[in-house]
Design a protein around this ligand. Structure first.
Ligand code: 13P
Ligand code: SF4
Length: 341
């Protein structure tokens, strides 16, 4: 729930403008000047409250720039946030992202309090499959291990042999040491992985409601009209991926830009990616055939403030489920460290 009306807007003043001149300069081209006086008092209030509570704010790359650059201590893709949860020393974690990301943080840091500013920040992929579906798939394909994308509920993770993110999906599938793997729930990420491995994949029919709406015509338009290089997330449909110069995860996109330094690029993914990468690559022009994730955008500065003020909403997971999900996540992290499963 986003309840702006419950939280009075802190006051804007000229001193704040001077105190945050560096942040303003970093967000110059990404936050409209009319919005800045609205964001600034929240940013200041959140920073103070965060310090008072000893909290760490983690923000996914799809968070709005005023959150990503304004208040977050840790930023990155879902893999980076999961890794940060493991080593986090703060007692309180505020996860600015969607619910499965907050669950992942809680599973990997069970002794910490994990809060999410809006419990209804869901994900169409996580909603596409249940634990009972995974059990049915196992019965249909006896002996085939289950690899689930982190974009799943804790219950689905608990039924899985290992988790993966878009950054390590091929690696995890191959580390299972099986000729056949049940890979869920994203059919497009699944076909991306299938094209890069000899392992036979059994796919589920899930999709990301944000990435599946991109079209190949849109991608071509970005290339032809703006002379832009194209970078697509593997959750996009295969014909969109086929148009791209590079297909890769959220972190891989940043790495590709650092290496290639294109003059102009279109990121075929969630809008905030271009906003947040612009600060890192001021010399690159970002063309934006982008879609907003409505779930990610449920997180706002006012509800982050309310979350810290009232210690709401706390993520809790039944112990048996958390233990099963932790095993699957731990195997993913072990693959990242080069360990054999
Ligand atoms: P990443 O794993 O690349 O962070 O993506 C998460 C996500 O929700 C993509 O839509
Ligand atoms: Fe889920 Fe897609 Fe939103 Fe990512 S962008 S959180 S996959 S709905």
């Amino acid at each position: 729930m986003t309840r702006h009306e419950e939280v009075p807007l802190p006051e804007y003043n000229e001193q704040l403008e001077r105190d945050y001149a560096d942040l303003r300069a970093c967000l110059e081209t990404r936050v409209p000047c009319l919005e800045w006086p609205l964001h600034l008092p929240w940013i200041d209030a959140i920073r103070h409250l965060k310090a008072k509570r000893g909290a760490v704010i983690m923000a996914h790359s799809y968070q709005a720039p005023e959150i990503f650059h304004g208040v977050a201590d840790v930023t990155g893709d879902s893999l980076a946030l999961a890794q940060a949860a493991v080593t986090c020393e703060a007692e309180l974690i505020v996860l600015c992202g969607v619910h499965f990301m907050a669950e992942t943080a809680k599973i990997l840091a069970p002794e910490r309090t994990v809060l999410i500013p809006d419990m209804d920040a869901g994900c169409s992929l996580a909603a596409s499959i249940t634990a009972a579906d995974v059990r049915r798939l196992r019965a249909l394909h006896p002996g085939a291990p289950v690899v689930s994308y982190v974009n799943t509920s804790a219950e689905v993770k608990a039924e899985s042999d290992a988790c993966c993110t878009s950054a390590n999906a091929v690696q995890v599938v191959e580390a299972m040491g099986s000729d056949k793997v049940i890979f869920l729930p994203d059919r497009y990420l699944g076909s991306f992985v299938a094209a890069r491995t000899q392992v036979e994949l059994v796919l589920w029919n899930g999709a990301c409601e944000v990435h599946e709406t991109f079209t190949a015509a849109q991608a071509r338009h970005a290339r032809e009209r703006f002379d832009a290089r194209l970078v697509a997330h593997p959750e996009c449909p295969p014909d969109v991926q086929a148009e791209a110069d590079f297909v890769g995860s959220t972190s891989a996109m940043g790495a590709w830009l650092a290496k290639e330094r294109p003059a102009r690029v279109a990121l075929i993914t969630e809008c905030a990616m271009a906003d947040n990468l612009q600060a890192r690559f001021p010399d690159i022009e970002f063309v934006r055939p982008c879609n907003l994730c409505p779930h990610m955008k449920r997180i706002t500065l006012p509800n982050i403030y309310a979350c810290l003020r009232d210690r709401r909403y706390e993520v809790q997971i039944p112990e048996a489920v958390a233990n099963g999900a932790r095993r699957a996540l731990a195997r993913m992290l072990a693959v990242g460290r080069g360990e054999r499963l």
